[in-house]
Design a protein. Structure first.
Length: 100
């Protein structure tokens, strides 16, 4: 809900909605107000027993069996100003390893 005077957001305080910018007050009108500061994040889960051929493949040598093909994904495992981590899964033996 937005303030009719200045256009800022109205925040719930007790049984009123209050503008923190100009001080406008409005009585809540029976509807439930939910305030959340967290954003929903999209998460894709790939189960172990699912078919992994939907993942991209690349030519990289598996350190366990020597196969030259693996599935790969990128994950941001450290701070945002550092590069992402590449996680490989061998197409032949299923061995997983990572590269920073």
């Amino acid at each position: 809900m937005f303030c009719p005077k200045c256009g800022s957001l109205l925040y719930p305080e007790g049984d009123e909605m209050v503008c923190r910018k100009c001080g406008y007050h409005k009585k809540k009108e029976g509807s439930r107000v939910v305030v959340s500061s967290r954003k929903e994040k999209e998460l894709t889960v790939i189960e172990e027993n699912e078919d992994t051929n939907v993942l991209p493949k690349t030519n990289v040598r598996c350190p366990k069996c020597g196969n030259n093909e693996a599935y790969w994904i990128l994950l941001q495992t450290r701070a945002a100003d550092e590069p992402e981590t590449r996680i490989y899964t061998c197409t032949k033996c299923g061995h997983r390893w990572r590269e920073y």
